[in-house]
Design a protein around this ligand. Sequence first.
Ligand SMILES: Cc1cc2nc3c(=O)[nH]c(=O)nc-3n(C[C@H](O)[C@H](O)[C@H](O)COP(=O)(O)O)c2cc1C
Length: 288
Amino acid sequence: MSQLFSPLSLGQVTLDNRIIIAPMCQYSANNGAASDWHTIHLGQLSLSGAGLLILEATAVNPEGRISYGDLGLWNNETQQALGKSLKAVRQYSPMPIGIQLAHAGRKASTGKPWEDIGAIAPDDVNGWQTLAPSAIAYDANSPVPKAMSQDDIDSLIKDFVSAAKRADELGLDLIELHGAHGYLLHQFLSPLSNKRDDNYGGSLENRMRLLLDVFKAVRAVFPSEKAVGVRISATDWVEGGWDLDQSIVLSKALDELGCDFIHVSTAGLSPEQQIPVKPNFQVPFATA
Ligand SMILES: Cc1cc2nc3c(=O)[nH]c(=O)nc-3n(C[C@H](O)[C@H](O)[C@H](O)COP(=O)(O)O)c2cc1C
């Protein structure tokens, strides 16, 4: 049998094959609630025969959405709406389904990609004040985020925990924490976006702290027979930024905490990135 079509275990979750549908934002939710689009979109993907379907980046609180159309899982309304789509999907597909839990940090509060309006100001009806490790904007066109206080950090961890519990109640098999592509957890990891001088900034150990704390808190409330993993950007592709060596230290620390998988991507943290795109360019990072 080919490697691709052989089973793969992520913790105690066994996939029939190794084709995994990566999370893909749809920007088609209403106040975080899944719409009929999600039922149709997830429905067709769930009939593809892939071994696992991972739901799009799903915000753990409203400020964590990239755009105002992002999917969320922060209250009963968002949970019920997603439950409705999943119920329809499950009626016809036995495919295991995971969810990517996310917070966009300083890259939040934008229009939908096809609107082509980019960042939306906090005082606009579809915008809000963004949060980040430090008050450093993503680029010249993005609003300056508020540096998170300890209270902001504590409530963020609670929001991840609450979303993880809701994901379990929805019968989801797996959680992927979004630590990649320049979103909040990645912003804490990278020395380019994290200039804090408290326990969450400075040394590598400190920059990894938030992601590890979120991982521990989520792992503690999500049933052990279900998988929890992390998506990372293994490099910022910027000199002096987050890189492969730090990613390996992080991966080992996550492994010690019982992390079931690392989903390896790259980039997204800085507009300065220089990506040498060629076929399979991300594979060596996953191998390492
Ligand atoms: C429409 C679209 C939405 C995406 N949304 C997400 C997302 O929500 N979370 C994420 O980690 N990656 C997201 N990505 C990146 C994909 O998961 C994936 O990494 C990318 O398409 C490259 O595919 P590959 O990893 O198979 O090379 C998105 C990509 C596309 C095309």
